[in-house]
Design a protein around this ligand. Structure first.
Ligand SMILES: [Zn+2]
Length: 269
């Protein structure tokens, strides 16, 4: 049986799937991923929460790159992989879609039962008063304060970042919270930061209800995602994964499909 027929069979036999997705779902929408086929970093690892909180210079660099990166990230549209998974949910085949992506493209494609494990990049949160504002408002404020940076272009990087290097960021003016003057941060979980407990618990609950797990486009290199696959394995639930490269859970998989996500899931469309 070919891999894709085996996948079709797997999805057909398990009608309560817990779906876990990663960056490989969104590369077809023009959002690069972090890792190569071996699961190694392709580029400078992303900023950690410790660096972001610890230094104003890091925050200037973060927001300058984010301002440039948002131009393309903010316009990204769902691709065939997102649509295929939305179709799978609509047919009653899933308990939850847990995504490690922060781009909201699953929701844009019509998926409704989604948990954004690592948060969402289209919202900005104040670390002092807890208030939120849309990323679009933040973008307008960034552009107002930094008109000289507006026309800079740079290669796209993951998570709405841009490969803006060798720049002096000291003149970049980061807006404070409009309500209290506090420090603003995208409403995403940074490296070095914990996923909120209630989000993890809600996902575990959906996993317990599921009869199998389908991983799509993730190398599962970080524990925040891998733990769900580990738990499924501990519970004896079958696990299938669609990923072009190695995953950290390869030894736990019932079925591995080494194809691009959109090709492997095309039968759902
Ligand atoms: Zn505030």
């Amino acid at each position: 049986m070919s891999e894709s027929v085996a996948l079709q069979d797997f999805i057909g036999r398990h009608r309560r799937l817990f779906v876990l997705t990663g960056a490989g779902c969104s590369t077809g929408s023009g959002i690069p991923d972090y890792r190569d086929a071996d699961g190694q970093w392709k580029r400078t690892p992303p900023v950690t929460i410790q660096a972001f909180l610890g230094s104003e210079a890091t925050r200037r660099r973060y927001w300058a790159r984010s301002m440039v990166g948002w131009r393309s990230f903010g316009r990204a549209r769902p691709n065939r992989t997102h649509h295929a998974l939305a179709r799978l949910e609509a047919s009653g085949g899933t308990t939850l879609l847990l995504t490690q992506n922060v781009d909201r493209l699953h929701q844009a494609a019509g998926s409704r039962r989604v948990i954004d494990l690592h948060g969402r990049l289209d919202v900005v949160r104040c670390l002092d008063c807890g208030g939120t504002l849309p990323r679009e408002s933040m973008q307008a404020a960034l552009l107002r304060r930094n008109p000289g940076w507006a026309m800079l272009d740079a290669g796209r990087a993951p998570d709405g970042d841009a490969d803006l290097e060798a720049q002096d960021f000291s003149g970049f003016d980061v807006p404070p919270c409009p309500a209290c003057g506090g420090v603003l941060k995208p409403d995403v979980v940074f490296f070095g930061e914990n996923v909120p407990r209630e989000r993890v618990e809600a996902a575990y609950h959906a996993l317990d209800e599921a009869d199998a797990v389908l991983v799509v486009g993730s190398s599962l290199m970080v524990w925040s995602g891998l733990r769900f696959v580990q738990r499924a394995a501990d519970l004896g639930k079958p696990i299938a994964a669609v990923n072009l490269g190695r995953t950290r859970a390869d030894a736990l998989l019932t079925l591995k499909v080494a194809q691009p996500c959109d090709e492997a899931l095309a039968f759902l469309l």
